[in-house]
Design a protein around this ligand. Sequence first.
Ligand code: MOS
Length: 750
Amino acid sequence: MTRSVGQPLLRADGRAKVTGQARYSAEVPVASVVYAVMVTSDIAKGRVLEVDASAALKEPGVLDVLWHGNAMRLPGDLSPADRGDRVVQVLQDDRILYSNQPIALAVADTFERAVHAALLVGVRSSPERHTVEMEDELDRATPQDINRASGARPADQVLGDPTLGLRQADASVEATYELPPETHNPMEPHATIAVWSGPERVTLYDATQGIFGVRKKIAKFFAIPPQNVRVITKFVGGGFGCKGSTWSHVPLAALAAKQLNRPVKLVLTRPQMFGMVGGRPHVRQQLTVGAKRDGKLTVLRHQSFSTTSRFDTFLEPAASVSRDCYACANIESKHRVVRLDIGTPAPMRAPGESSGGFALESALDELAHKLSIDPLKLRLRNYAEVDPMEGKPFSSKSLRACYEAASRRFGWEKRSPKPRSITRGGLLVGMGMATASYPANFSLAQAAARLTADGTALVQSGAVDIGTGTYTVMAQVAADALRLPVSKVRFDLGDSEMPESPRSGGSQTAASVSSAVLLTCNALRDRLVKMAVADPASPLHGARPEDVAVEDGSLSAGGRADTYVEIIRRAGGQAIEERGEAKPDPERKRYSLHSFGAQFAEVLVDPDLGTTRVTRLVGAFAAGRILNARLARSQFISGMVWGIGMALHEHTVYDARLGRIVTRDLADYHVPVNADVPEIDPIFLDEVDSHVDPAGVKGIGEIGITGVAAAIANAVFNATGIRVRTLPITPDKLLQLPTAERQQRPSAHR
Ligand code: MOS
């Protein structure tokens, strides 16, 4: 029987999704549900003085308008429920802390009537002075420790003597790189349906990346036991990090449902997705890189400033990538947060590695240019054989092979080191590269596996599939462990009644849940073998369990055979169930655990219009065991596509005077579309890693985006000679091309 893991199987839920049968949270039919629509603040700071609902309440079908003057007081503790949970605004007081904050909730018997009612709600507020720009608060930046799935790290870490390292350098680059705020924008907006079945028991259908985080928070807010809160999330239309936290609208839906004693559905509009449910913060990074003439790094200094709200702290760990990527004796990595009157940011698409990698990999490209060394050779000259900051060995690292595979596929040798030296049809051709990396995260996960009388298995874990293929890959892992064809295994997820799994964030679901599934299914198989050899009625009676081979649900030893179906039948026909878990081994701490990759980009820049097109992207990745080649390919491609977005399109624009985001839809907030995306054919190298987790999986959720923005910016420099250090790379930033005509104009260099 061929093994299922690694096979390019089709998505188990693919047909349900394309035929519209897959039910997303807002689509779950709930009897007598009513609709809540949020009214949000149009000032960035101040107090709500009065909410006038009189006009709204006169309209047909309008049930109520809730605001802090009439909303029920939540009986519980309103502080964040766990690491990564956020402070929320749930109509308990008059404070306005950011623009687009929920300040009232119109509830009606239809969605249209609720929308209409929300428009009629009058809000009187008293504004206070606000600041939404990093610049204004930069001098009050404070150090902030790193707190992520891979563990806590201090804000600042120094290795060696960076000042001395800079003196030893023959060439150095000192530059500041800037990422604008970005907004996740999954296709499916945040949505919650709350249904109370008694004063102390509630079910939530919620668009979330982590059902147990939702359960914990709702239990805490309403002061009820967690087991009284059931959270169900069968399908998620993209998360990208914003659905990793339980934001204000989730307790608000539960609050409205309790107060009105009706099931309540609350779906965010696209404009409401901007500001109140997180986003990537504005990140400014100061880099100093210096090297000897031969390219050997002598100093690597990376200081990151990222914005957060005044009432809660999210840190973008952008400078952490400089701690583990390159061999250098003198490294300094520092993190600062800058507090503004904005909604709290959140993890977004490889927080830290994607943002920090843009700065680090751009700076190295600048250094390579200064030293006249090939950018790839510069990386190889500083290849880290051990984690430079921690001094630990890598659990596995195949970055050299990634550089090799991707550069060959890309044709890196055709690149000219001299900017503006290759043209095609009047356009400038540029080639750039960068390193990709992401930590291999793994958290405690649990699973249950049940073999039924017909010889099929149901395996469950309370994980969430955010579109990556969890249903499919977990069935594959379970099938191999149970020695069943994958067609006889069903994997189910997304219900807090199931065994607990971590939130689908930090690229940890495949690693954590597949390890739990593997151990649980191994235990179930062992149990069935033991049942057979102990049963006098079994042909295998008396055989040693270790001599029993299992294939396709059949057990055999020494020419004798038995089957799962027979074993269960003889035992009375009841399903046999095992529960198990996988948790990080303390041995893990002895290693530095990361996936690595190499990104290569080719761009065409129009010298007259300043427009950039990515014509080719080649990425090679090594991320432990690949569970499903087809789904892995999709995930890498989509990560790389988001890298194009980061490089060329995405920008959450604030109006500083109003303190308000003005790009509040997908017409103004640009994301890559098909026309922006060339053929992408990622290479993934299978990697054996026995240290990361029992399944040997490092996770591929996020590494695909890392390095892409830098590879593109480096390609743009190679095409134009212009170094763009502030993303996105829009035409205005490239309209100072040194053509004879333009050189005579006054420069508007930033
Ligand atoms: Mo991811 S940005 O950790 O959901």
